[in-house]
Ligand binder design. Sequence first.
Ligand code: BEZ
Length: 210
Amino acid sequence: MTIRLGDEAPDFTAETTDGTFGFHDWKKDSWAILFSHPADYTPVCTTELGRTSQLKSEFDKRGVKAIAISVDPIEDHRGWAGDIGEVGGTDLNFPIIADPDRTVSIMYDMLHPGEDDVSSVRSVFIIDPSNKVRLTLTYPKSVGRNFDEILRVIDALQLTDSVPVSTPADWRPGDRVVVSASMPTEEAVERFGQVEEVKPYLRWITLPSA
Ligand code: BEZ
């Protein structure tokens, strides 16, 4: 099943390291990051899950719940959790879904046959409070994800949801932003004050810091 931006994130019930629950029930009206792992007891995945545990306060600050998935069984996840805590220096602090029959992996198109048809690639879904999919990323098995980029894009999504602006290339929180294409320059001046119009379609503004 192909999941596109703007689609509702499919619901499912699954066994996880925090018990069996329905995804939407667990998520409630938070943001969420659902991300897949090829297999338990593998080096890159161990670093990624450790990094996510280390970043819990950053995810909490943004109202984001993390949930991982791997096709291995729950007993393996439980054993592996100890290694993740040991290697990352922080106990695993979010659930890992066990998906041995691949139900969720198939639902979210995490199995890419050209890579390997039994374990998932590294998919990321950022899902908003209304369960809408807002960002997808797909990495190969050999390349670990950049969790600073995941936080950055959550910051950008949350900012652009709250103010009629877009974030330019390589934007970081605090950098200047561009006025949404749909807002006329006169309206932007009225709303934001100083607007630097480089092109009629490229208008820079600096937002007051939060
Ligand atoms: C890893 O997490 O290190 C890994 C898993 C599957 C294939 C390649 C690398």
